[in-house]
Design a protein around this ligand. Structure first.
Ligand SMILES: [Zn+2]
Length: 418
């Protein structure tokens, strides 16, 4: 099947699924998952045969995937071969190799087929902008271009796609982007906020935050600038996991991924994903690093797909602090709220755990001193309430736009022993 047909097929499936009842949807999903388990999963050497049920399979994660990379893809491609291909043009025969943007040594590798390359596009268009499609749309995708993943999907009549390499920095392509006059923009929130701050000349019909956690602090500035609601696409190296609907609900991509959830406390869960439409690199019960808060009630749009209230951040960025009662965990959303709610003048910050008992709070030099003092006090009060014993050092320094790494306002820089 060629790329466009694949995208259209994916579009049609996504639309079809969105009109089913939850019960009908679950029957369809169970059958699709079963087919994947019987037909696709055994092709990866790690599995070899089909289990009686999904729950019989071991939980997998990035460390396991990377240590036995060749056993998780059906072509037996090794991680060494994958990295070598990535250093060239990201191609191995008909396959495309990509990698996540993490710190070196912590990067994840993935390999997909030509057909799989197009599915994300059809899915995104169907979920995100079906009404725009028929009027002809120009989609600007602004992501780190370290993969060939998104190439060549750009040749279609109804959709014009343009890709802008985040790592080059916005100054390099500002004029080209403005001249393209995108009707849809997909970009990390820090870049959308940069467009607002620098008054880029853009008038899109839809604006999507993607590739990084959308921090609530960025939303008002972006929405005010574009004068429309900011929507979200939750995608990672591992695939496309959730997209906002027209009613603003952030729906899990349950039409291509089966989700299980592990509770981590405070109403948060971390997902195990089984990508049942992937056939090249098998991903089953794969533990994601993200912290989600699931919605209690279904979305008003009527879609049977479950909603997420918020993607809170990464499990790696939960602060682990010493206390008289043992180790205390503080999640990124709680830390973020403490800093932001301390003073209305604060609209950016960094909180970094640098040692088991030390935290840095970074605030811009032009923020008023009393606002900075309020934030420091609020973080200290939070830790005290949790009986965590840690110092909070206030550092006044610029918070520049970094295009080479993901923005994490709350970040744990400890080596994780576990
Ligand atoms: Zn919805």
């Amino acid at each position: 099947m060629n790329g466009l047909a694949e995208a259209v097929g994916s579009f049609a499936l996504t639309r079809w699924v969105s009109r089913k009842s939850r019960a009908e949807f679950e029957r369809w999903q169970a059958a699709a998952l079963r087919r994947f388990i019987d037909r696709d999963l055994p092709s990866a050497a790690f599995y070899g045969k089909a289990p009686a049920s999904l729950a019989d399979l071991p939980i997998t994660d990035k460390a396991l995937l990377m240590s036995r990379f060749e056993d998780f893809n059906i072509h037996g491609l090794t991680a060494g071969e994958g990295w070598a291909a990535l250093a060239r043009d990201g191609r191995v025969g008909p396959l495309t190799v990509g990698a996540s943007t993490g710190t070196s040594g912590n990067r994840g590798l993935f390999v997909i087929s030509e057909a799989e390359k197009y599915r994300w596009l059809g899915t995104i268009l169907a979920k995100a902008a079906p009404d725009l499609l028929w009027r002809g749309m120009r989609v600007a995708v602004i992501l780190p271009q370290n993969t060939g993943l998104y190439d060549s999907a750009r040749k279609s009549r109804l959709v014009r796609l343009a890709f802008f390499d985040l790592t080059l920095g916005p100054e390099r392509w500002r004029e080209t982007l403005e001249a393209f006059e995108p009707t849809v923009i997909i970009a990390p929130p820090k870049i959308l906020r940069h467009f607002a701050a620098e008054r880029f000349r853009l008038q899109p019909g839809r604006v999507f935050s993607a590739a990084e956690t959308l921090d609530p602090v960025d939303r008002p500035a972006i929405e005010a600038f574009f004068r429309r609601p900011l929507e979200q696409i939750y995608m990672a190296t591992e695939g496309l996991f959730a997209v906002t609907c027209r009613r603003g609900g952030l729906h899990l991509a349950e039409d291509s991924v089966f989700f299980e959830f592990e509770p981590v406390g405070e109403g948060l869960v971390t997902p195990l994903v089984t990508a049942f439409r992937r056939q090249t690199q098998i991903m089953a019960r794969y533990r994601m690093n993200d912290l989600l808060r699931l919605s209690e009630k279904p979305c008003r749009c009527g879609s049977p797909l479950r909603c997420v209230d918020e993607i809170v951040g990464r499990m790696d960025d939960v602060f682990r602090l010493a206390s008289p009662n043992g180790c205390v965990l503080v999640t990124p959303d709680v830390l973020r709220n403490a800093a932001l709610k301390a003073d209305r003048r604060i609209d950016d910050f960094r909180l970094i755990q640098t040692a088991p008992d030390a935290i840095e709070l970074r605030l811009a030099p032009d923020l008023a001193d009393d606002a900075a003092a309020n934030a420091t006090q609020a973080v200290r009060a939070l830790l005290e309430a949790r009986t965590a014993s840690a110092t909070v050092a206030l550092i006044r320094a610029p918070l520049p736009l970094e295009t080479g790494r993901k923005l994490r306002r709350v970040e744990c820089r400890l080596e994780h022993a576990s």
